[in-house]
Ligand binder design. Structure first.
Ligand SMILES: Nc1ncnc2c1ncn2[C@@H]1O[C@H](COP(=O)(O)OP(=O)(O)OP(=O)(O)O)[C@@H](O)[C@H]1O
Length: 257
């Protein structure tokens, strides 16, 4: 089935016991676009990612990925997922190359042994995120920014057509942020659909085609400068509209003009 929206989240509610993490949230990400997911701590961003990959089951609603269920999409290697750093065991005895090779599992044949094409895909992905020289290090020995890049490389090696990144800019320096941003744009230009959560509002105009403001529900979705307005931030973050220390991307553009 061909769809113009690679990611369709329709009326999804998720509860953890008494905690309501997502409340009838609906999100649609067009194919080949970069969509930024913005919300305060606990607004349900990670839960939305986990629901999209099928590791959390919603109590209402449904998720469709390029016309398939999350389970079918995961099985076919359609979706690459870069989880939050806290969700990864960094002491696990895997090298950077091993981590990137896990992205090829969906491509491995019956023997599960990587072939030349798999090694080539891993080498290419490592080069693209500038981690060739770190390939044989244990993953936990990398810096925060390098770890993020290693997981982006895994998504590239996987040749996923949908890429989900949970806070890839958390704790990284400006250079790594720029490298990841440029890489995501290249991937989107080649047709990959990207959903990326971030706390950094200033990066949005460069990073994203669309933004989603989440507060258990979707407060707003659309062009970043139209979504990240002071009014919407008040609704999503409870910020004081008179607090001029809060800069929206729109403020920045006004200052520049
Ligand atoms: N496994 C869990 N069990 C119980 N409650 C959970 C669980 N995971 C998340 N929650 C709760 O669900 C709500 C949404 O959490 P979630 O991690 O999705 O938010 P988030 O927007 O990703 O937050 P952050 O920006 O801090 O990572 C929070 O109140 C959180 O405490």
């Amino acid at each position: 089935m061909i769809t113009s929206h690679a990611i369709e989240v329709d009326d999804v509610t998720v509860r953890y016991g008494r905690i309501l993490a997502l409340d009838h949230a609906s999100v649609r990400v067009p194919t080949g676009r970069i969509c930024a997911l913005v919300g305060m701590n606990g607004s349900g961003k990670s839960t939305l990612f986990k629901t999209i990959v099928g590791s959390v089951t919603p109590t209402t609603g449904s998720v469709t990925l390029a016309g398939r269920s999350p389970a079918a999409a995961r099985k076919s290697g359609l979706v690459g997922y870069v989880p939050q750093s806290e969700d990864i065991d960094w002491t696990f005895p895997l090298s950077v190359r091993d981590v990137v090779m896990t992205g090829r599992y969906g491509h491995l044949g019956f023997t599960r042994r990587p072939k030349r094409a798999d090694h080539d895909a891993v080498d290419k992905a490592l080069a693209r995120v500038e981690l060739t020289d770190y390939a044989d290090r244990q993953i936990g020995q990398l810096s925060g920014g390098q770890r993020k890049r290693a997981f982006v490389a895994r998504g590239i090696a996987q040749e996923a057509s949908i890429l989900l990144l949970d806070e890839p800019f958390a704790g990284v320096d400006k250079r790594t942020e720029a490298t990841i941003t440029a890489l995501l744009r290249e991937l989107a230009d080649s047709g990959v659909t990207i959903l990326v959560s971030t706390h950094d509002l200033q990066v949005l105009p460069t990073l994203a085609d669309e933004a989603i403001l989440l507060m258990r529900r979707v407060v707003a979705q659309g062009d970043p400068t139209e979504v990240i307005t002071t009014d919407n931030l008040v609704r999503a973050f409870g910020l004081d509209p008179l607090d001029r220390t809060v800069q929206t991307p729109g403020d920045r553009q006004e200052e520049a003009s």
